[in-house]
Design a protein around this ligand. Structure first.
Ligand SMILES: [Zn+2]
Length: 143
C-alpha cells in the first residue's frame, strides 16, 4: 500500500479522472447537477470519520497529551510545553494520506512559528523531493 506522498503524478491523474467520471456518471444517472454531487462529495470527505483531512479536537488533544505539548520539530530545543491558549501551537502531520493520519504518532505538536514555518518553507533546488508536497486535492492548509 502507498501513502499520499508516494503517489506518482500519473496515479494522481488517474484518481482525479476516476473521481470526475464518478461525479459525471452519477449526475447523469440521478439527474442531479454534477456541481451538487461534487459539493456533497467535498462535504462528505471534510467530515468523513476516517478519511477527513483535518483532525478533530479530540485527536488534537490526544496528540497534545502524548507529547506533553512539547514541540517535536527535530531542531527545536525548546522543551517547554506550548500553551494551547496562545496561537503558536500547530499540529504537524509527519505523513499525509496514511491510515490513522491524525493519530498521536503521526500528528505532533509544533510551534507554528518558527518551527512549522521552517519545516514547510520551500527548499533549495538541490532538494526537489519535497516540492510536490503542496500539490493535490484542495491544497488549503498545510500539514
Ligand atoms: Zn518548536
Amino acid at each position: 500500500m502507498k501513502g499520499y506522498s508516494e503517489l506518482t503524478e500519473v496515479e494522481k491523474k488517474a484518481i482525479w479522472n476516476a473521481l470526475d467520471a464518478f461525479i459525471e456518471n452519477t449526475s447523469q444517472k440521478k439527474a442531479i447537477y454534477a456541481e451538487a454531487i461534487a459539493t456533497l462529495a467535498y462535504y462528505r470527505l471534510q467530515r468523513h470519520p476516517v478519511w477527513r483531512r483535518n483532525p478533530t479536537k479530540t485527536q488534537k488533544n490526544a496528540s497534545y497529551k502524548r507529547w506533553k505539548g512539547i514541540c517535536q520539530y527535530p531542531p527545536c530545543k525548546d522543551k517547554t510545553p506550548i500553551d494551547p491558549k496562545k496561537k503558536n501551537l500547530h499540529y504537524h502531520h509527519r505523513s499525509r494520506g496514511i491510515p490513522d493520519q491524525h493519530g498521536p504518532d503521526n500528528m505532533v505538536p509544533y510551534h507554528r512559528h518558527p518551527c512549522h514555518t521552517n519545516e514547510h518553507k520551500p527548499k533549495k533546488k538541490n532538494n526537489q523531493s519535497r516540492s510536490a508536497r503542496g500539490s493535490g486535492l484542495g491544497g488549503a492548509r498545510s500539514s
